[in-house]
Design a binder for this molecule. Structure first.
Ligand SMILES: [Zn+2]
Length: 120
């Protein structure tokens, strides 16, 4: 099971801290602490998505009311963390607008030199 658990919502990069389980025969969506194993009809959710989940029409939501504890970091998470730290330590790339302005400026200077007639 030691792969990083991410929220299953489309485009959500957050870490999963809760598991949503659909209990079809009781029309109940159960939002509980992160399950140790992924099972059919279960979806991992980050905390904001776990808190904001609303049930489909006609369904009940049973929500775990305590704190959602993030799972202990896995080796993969630690590697990702180390990479994030290294990333953050790198000098920030120059913002594109800055770059464009600088280029325009030096091009302008070169252009100015070029427009001087050679016979003056
Ligand atoms: Zn999410």
């Amino acid at each position: 099971m030691r792969s990083p658990r991410r929220c299953s919502r489309n485009g959500c990069p957050r870490q999963a801290v809760a598991t949503l389980t659909y209990v079809y025969n009781e029309s109940t969506a159960v939002v509980g602490p992160l399950a140790a194993f992924a099972e059919p009809h279960t979806y991992d959710l980050c905390e904001p998505h776990a808190r904001s989940l609303t049930a489909p029409r006609g369904w009940d939501v049973v929500r775990h009311e305590g704190e959602f504890e993030p799972p202990p970091p896995t080796t993969d998470d630690l590697v990702a963390l180390a990479e994030a730290v290294r990333e953050a330590a790198r000098p920030a790339p120059r913002p594109p607008e800055d770059d464009r302005e600088q280029r325009a400026h030096s091009t302008g200077r070169r252009g100015h030199l070029r427009v001087i007639p050679p016979n003056l």
